[in-house]
Ligand binder design. Structure first.
Ligand SMILES: *Cc1c(COP(=O)(O)O)cnc(C)c1O
Length: 434
């Protein structure tokens, strides 16, 4: 097998990593992951690391789960991929029915795609086209939240609000109205002023992940739903990060008894195994697209690997495990324990400004350091030396363990994080020579 050193050299020569300043990347040694039983990642040299970010917020039941492995292998014996354009397949059919059963009431149609960004694009385009079919094409704008994140494609970036990621692309984006996160009064004022031009409001429910685990006050989501009803505006809820148990319930919407008109799911849908996404739509939205061929009411959108059968098999097994391992029932005590651990080990640290949390998602906001100090990154590097993978969003250290992580592992993860924050922030801040 190629040695770690050789792999590292090729990585630096041939790869371009996502959300990564390659100049800095090439100055450090890459960690190359080889295998992962459960919630532990092993690198090519055999070192072990707790997966503290669920391999970017998507792993649910742990890696190499025998039941999901088996399901994917069984599907592989039949066929790896067939198209959904003009054909169907059993996995996509069964999964659609299961999703409709699990989703908030009224979401009765499943439109597949392959990642969170496309799930949002689909929702935006459906909302836009919906009002055209309803004879109100002037309802063509969107209200999103400041600091929102809905993906990296141009449409999903348009409804995003994280300047660091999005500002550069301004000239490529469509205009939106931005509401203050968590402030129902602000949403009410925007809708009051613009509702006859608004197709939909799009929100991440309960917590804005990429904003740095920004939590909304209780009742906010329900207020937004009521305001959308009042102004006859569609509500798109982006459950890409929060779906599949992340906040303690299968979907975050459930906690405020909210049923959106369109709901986006991706990340956890396949247990973190494969790229698969879905946009669930209400029958009201779906029916507006019905007509004769020549009416051109078709939703002209679709991706090659839409509803890939291997991914659908992984998703069905993931949902089965929620039942067989009673994942949501055992989650409540884990979430409590996670909170206690953060309160005990992380919150009291000097340089920790705030610990924000919803379910098994936590953001540890460090006090302000100069951008060039890359404090979040320093914490990540310190955690790595201690045997855990965490990833910062700027100076917010994010913990997003798989739902399957044991209480013992959670304890280890939080202690490593605390020690790493203490170590990194204790050092004098070294700034690169100006
Ligand atoms: C990650 C994420 C997305 C984008 O999903 P991708 O699969 O990375 O395209 C969209 N919305 C939210 C809330 C997310 O956290």
């Amino acid at each position: 097998m190629t040695t770690t050193r050789a792999l590292a050299a090729i990585d630096k020569r041939a790869l371009w990593h996502p959300f990564t300043q390659q100049q800095g990347w090439c100055e450090e040694e890459p960690l190359i992951i080889d295998r992962a039983p459960g919630c532990t990642l092993y690198d090519t040299d055999g070192n072990a690391y707790l997966d503290g970010v669920s391999s970017l917020w998507c792993n649910v039941h742990g890696h190499t789960h025998p039941q999901i492995d088996r399901a994917v292998r069984a599907q592989l014996e039949r066929v790896a991929h067939t198209t959904m354009l003009g054909l169907s397949h059993p996995g996509a059919i069964e999964l659609a029915e299961r999703l409709v059963r699990l989703a908030p009431p009224g979401l009765e149609r499943v439109f597949y795609s392959d990642n969170g960004s496309t799930a949002t694009e689909v929702a935006l385009k459906m909302a836009f086209q919906y009002w055209r079919h309803r004879g109100m094409p002037q309802r063509n704008g969107f209200i999103c939240l400041r600091d929102a994140y809905h993906g990296d494609t141009i449409g999903s970036v348009s409804v995003g609000g994280i300047d660091l990621f999005h500002a550069c692309f301004g000239p490529l984006l469509f205009d939106t109205w931005q509401a203050e996160p968590g402030d129902a009064g602000d949403m009410a004022a925007l809708l009051q002023q613009h509702s006859d031009q608004v197709a939909a409001v799009i929100v991440e429910p309960l917590v804005q992940g990429a904003a740095g685990i920004l939590t909304h006050p209780d009742g906010y989501l329900a207020d937004v739903r009521a305001l959308c009803d009042e102004h006859d505006v569609l509500l798109i809820v982006d459950e890409v990060a929060t779906g599949f148990g992340r906040t303690g319930t299968m979907f975050a919407c459930e906690q405020e008894n909210v049923a959106p008109d369109l709901m986006c799911v991706a990340k956890g849908l396949t247990g973190g195994y494969m790229p698969l996404a879905a946009t669930l739509a209400s029958e009201r939205v779906y029916e507006a697209f019905l007509g004769e061929h020549e009416d051109l009411k078709t939703f002209f959108h679709g991706h090659t690997y839409t509803a890939n059968p291997l991914a659908c098999a992984a998703a069905l097994a993931t949902l089965d495990i929620f039942e067989s391992e009673r994942t949501l029932e055992t989650l409540a005590s884990k979430i409590d324990r996670f909170g206690e651990l953060l309160d005990e080990f992380v919150a009291p640290l000097r340089c920790v400004g705030e610990v924000r949390r919803r379910g098994l998602m936590a953001g540890i906001a460090l006090e302000r350091f100069p951008l060039a100090a890359r404090m979040g990154h320093q914490v990540t590097q310190a955690a790595r030396r201690r045997g855990a993978i965490v990833r910062p969003l700027g100076d917010v250290v994010v913990l997003m363990p798989p739902l399957a992580m044991s209480e013992e592992e959670l304890c280890h993860l939080v202690q490593i994080t605390a020690a790493s924050v203490a170590e990194a922030t204790a050092r004098p801040v070294l700034l690169a020579a100006a």
